[in-house]
Every structure is written in C-alpha cells, then in structure tokens.
Design a protein around this ligand. Structure first.
Ligand code: PLP
Length: 511
C-alpha cells in the first residue's frame, strides 16, 4: 500500500515551493516579500489566510490601500455589477457611466472650496504617476520649474516624484524641514519647532539671496507615512497655506496614503481646515484596485490636451470599487470611527512606551499609527518623545547599514540615500534671530533609532499572526494601518500581539 503524505505536509511543501520559486525568479528590488514570507490565498476584512493554512491580522492593508479591508462585500458587489453588465473594462479616458459615478462620489467628499471649482485628471494607475501629473500641472500653470518639498517626504518612485521625496537630491527641489517633535531639527519640538520650520520656509522664499528661486509649487503630506508616521501640526499646515497663498505658490497635498478616512477625517487636510490648490489621490480611492487622480482648482487647468496621458487611465473595475468604497466610508462615518478608535489605540500604545524603554515615541492620527523603536542604552533619554524636549540638532545617528533599509523597510527607506539623514538645516538666513536662540537647551536628546530591533519586532509579529510594516528614516518605525472597519476586539488583538512581539524581541536581544 502506497504511503500518502499527511495533507499538512503537502500544503507546507506547496507554500515553501512558491516562496522558493519567488526568490529564485523575482527581482532583487522586491520589498515586502522579503520581510513577509507568506503566500496569501484568501482574505476577508482584517484577515489573510496563507497557503500554509495560517491566518494573519493584516495591519499593512496593501500599504494603506484597503480602507475597508480585504474583499469587502460592497466592493465585491460593485465589481460584480460591472462584470455582469457587459460594460467595457478598458476605455482609455473616455466617458462612461461608471466613471461618471466615481467622479460624482469623489467630488462629494472633497473639501468645500475645492469641490465647487474642481477639475480631475485621471492618471496612470499609481500614486507616483498622479504626483508627476500634479508637478507638471503646477509647472505649466505658473511657468516656473522649481519645487518646495520636505525632509522625510515620500511621493513615489518615478523621476519627478522621487526627486520630491526626502531621500533624493535634485537641483530643482528646495528641501524644507518637516516639523517633528521627537527628532526636531531645531531641538525644541512642539509648536515652537513647527513655528521655526515655518519661518525657515518663509525666509527661504523671501530672501533673494537664499538660492531658492520662486517655485512652481509646494508638495507635502498632511501626515508623512513612509517618513515614519509624522503628522503635520494643524497650525503649521495653516502657515504653509498662508505662506504659499500670499506668494502665489500652488499648494499640493499628497493624500495618496492619508485619504479616505484614514486619519480621522475624510481627507487629512480637513483637520486644519486648509484647502489645497491640488490634491493627489490614489490607494484607497480604488477600493483595492489601481486608480490614481489629481484634483485641482479650475484656474490651474491651463495645460494642453495630452499634457499628461497614459494608456491605463480608465480602469472601470477600480472606479466602481472606488466609488463603492468612498460612499461606504462617507455613509458609515468611518472617518469618525478611525478618529475615535485610533485615539484609543494610540493611548494604549503610549502605555506600552512606559513599559518598554525601547519605544522612543508613539505617533499617529486616526488609524495611521507608528511606534518608533530606539536604543535607549546608546544615549538620549528622559525627555525624548515629549513635545518640547526634542533632540539637539545634529543628534541623529545614521545607521551602520548606510541607508539601505532592513528587509521590507518602508518605501521611503527603500528609495532614499543617506543625504536625508545627515544634518538639520542650517539656521534661517534672515537677519532676525530665530526664537530657538533664546529657547532653553533641550532637556535631552532622543535615543538613536533601532532598525535591527524593528526587524525583530516585525518578525515576532509575523510569528504571532500579525502583519506590520516598517518605515521611517531608519526603517525603525513599526507602522500600523489597519482597515477602518476593524472591531474593538480586533484592535485589542492587534495590540496584544504587538506587545507580545515587542517583549519577545527585547528578550531575545538580551539573550
Ligand atoms: N505619495 C504617498 C504619500 C505615498 O505614500 C505613496 C506610496 O506609498 C505614493 C505617493 C506613491 O504611490 P504608488 O506607490 O502607488 O506609486
């Protein structure tokens, strides 16, 4: 009688075989696949099931794409409806009822002030192409070339988007400091650090010897995602709006990751009441399928026909899935749910920080959360992470891996070089003394980042059936981007597994 292998052994062999073939055939540039050796075969909501039969809670959510989690019934229904209707799936940029429905639903959600005068450009189906389109749009409208962008930014992987990202060097991009508390480049953090960052921007624009020509636009993320989950303070964002409006500089909000309820408002700019001139939208707007658009005020619409083209601008399934997602988030007030649940989860994560000295700072807005891991034994200390007690300028540590992220690190980490990390900006060149000159010295420096610990935590999370992303300047920020639909019980399970993984990673470090 033939001996049959147990079913579980067959399943495990198939799973291993797929992973082995992937690593033999796919590019060395692959990313998530390195840190997450799983083979998803089924998924629903927060849960993914692997080919090995294991189940995972997915807090990566397709890099922040899945506002409603995997395979939400309203998304599946919308896709089926298009398939069953006999509608064409590929239509370039022609008008269709599906597209008309998507645009109507999207415009309904836009901040008032933009919605009434909005134009939309459908782009190639990736956030980075919509960023390219936005840059082209403002360059055409202003007749200027240069851009203002921020330290820590991530806007994509095509040439223009990459140039605007924090890791890049490009002569046409002037880099401004993005305000942050924990590693404030001015060493003060809080509202004061943000004010200094705003003054630096202002002085660069007004000083005719700053070396920064009048720019075509300013591009920013209302919450930096890949940069390590750093929310822009509302006051600072309003200052950026004032500064750009007063000088006729279009303000581009890159809401590719922050949009569709993720941060606790439908669009993250709503926290501050800022109305940008241009919004770049992708990820969640496609309801888990690829879709990217630029929405902008009509007076900027002076580019010629064909200025930004592309074959795949008419994905009907994505538009249907996206319209269903936008409507579901709006009708079920999921942004409010994200705000309330996110605040609770962030408070619970902060309690973890009290227990684990290696938690440098917990940050976030809504359900876009990050835990920065540090090496407390290597300097810094008590005041770290407390607004107003940011690190002293120059206290950053460039990791030994020279800017190449640990496996599976965030997109910023993947795309950057070390130039980003080296030094805080020099003091503003204006004659007036910056307020920091009279500020008390910072209480203590933040501890250096701990990228190896972050990798270990990610690995321990996976062992416990939790998928998390790493990001941030040194890939030392554990990122959580759960669907907006998770229950309180699921949120508790996520935090339990993370705490457990953190304890295990810390333990094994000391063994
Ligand atoms: N902009 C932001 C803020 C992002 O987070 C990303 C991707 O993570 C992009 C742009 C680029 O989007 P894509 O990866 O779809 O090109």
């Amino acid at each position: 009688m033939a001996v049959t292998e147990p079913a579980s052994a067959v399943v495990a062999a198939a799973h291993e075989g797929i992973l082995r073939r992937q690593s033999a055939r796919e590019s060395a540039a692959r990313t998530y696949a390195r840190a997450l050796p799983i083979v998803p075969v089924r998924a629903r909501g927060l849960t993914i099931e692997g080919a090995d039969g294991r189940r995972y809670l997915d807090c990566l959510s397709g890099a922040g794409t899945l506002a409603l989690g995997h395979n939400h019934p309203v998304v599946l229904e919308a896709i089926r409806r298009v398939l069953d209707s006999g509608a064409p799936l590929h239509v370039l940029d022609l008008a269709t009822p599906v597209k008309d429905g998507f645009t109507t639903e999207l415009f309904r959600t836009l901040p008032p002030g933009l919605a009434d005068r909005a134009r939309i450009q459908f782009c190639g189906p990736a956030g980075t192409d919509a960023v390219e389109a936005a840059l082209k749009l403002v360059r055409t409208a202003t007749g200027r070339e240069d851009l203002l962008a921020f330290t820590g930014a991530y806007h994509g992987m095509t040439a223009g988007a990459l140039a605007a990202s924090g890791g890049a060097r490009d002569v046409r991009v002037a880099r401004l400091p993005f305000p942050q508390d924990y590693r404030c480049p001015f060493g003060v953090g809080g509202a004061r650090g943000a004010e200094l960052a705003a003054r630096w921007a202002e002085s660069l624009l007004d000083d005719d010897k700053s070396g920064v020509p009048a720019p075509a636009g300013m591009i920013l993320e209302p919450v930096q995602g890949e940069g390590g989950v750093i929310p822009a303070p509302d006051d600072w964002l309003r200052r950026m709006r004032e500064i750009t409006a007063a000088r006729g500089i279009p303000l581009i909000a890159d809401e590719v990751q922050t949009g569709v309820g993720r941060t606790g408002t439908f669009w993250a700019v709503e926290h501050s009441g800022v109305v940008p001139d241009v919004m770049v939208l992708s990820k969640a707007i496609g309801g888990s399928l690829p879709l990217a658009v630029v929405v902008y005020r009509d007076d900027l619409d002076v580019w010629p026909p064909g200025a930004h083209a592309g074959t795949f601008r008419g994905n009907q399934l994505a538009m249907a899935a996206g319209a269903a997602t936008l409507a579901y988030v709006r009708e079920n007030r999921l942004a409010e749910r994200a705000a309330a649940l996110g605040a609770r989860m962030i408070a619970q994560l902060r309690a973890l920080a009290a227990e684990f000295p290696c938690v440098g700072e917990v940050r976030g807005r809504g359900l876009m959360m990050g835990v920065e891991l540090v090496d407390p034994g290597a300097g810094g200390g008590a005041g770290a992470g407390v607004p107003g007690h940011g690190g002293a300028p120059g206290s950053r540590t460039v990791p030994a891996h020279g800017g190449i992220p640990a496996q599976g690190g965030g997109a910023l980490a993947r795309g950057r070089d070390t130039a980003l990390e080296t030094a805080p900006p020099p003091p503003p060149p204006s004659a007036s003394a910056p307020p920091s000159a009279s500020a008390p010295p910072s209480a203590s420096a933040p501890s250096p980042p701990a990228p190896e610990l972050a990798v270990a935590v990610q690995r321990e999370c996976l062992r416990r059936g939790l998928i998390v992303e790493l990001g941030g300047r040194d890939a030392s920020v554990v990122r959580l981007l759960p669907p907006l639909t998770i229950t309180d019980e699921q949120a508790a399970a996520i935090l339990d597994r993370l705490a457990d993984a953190l304890a295990a990673a810390v333990r094994s470090r000391h063994e």
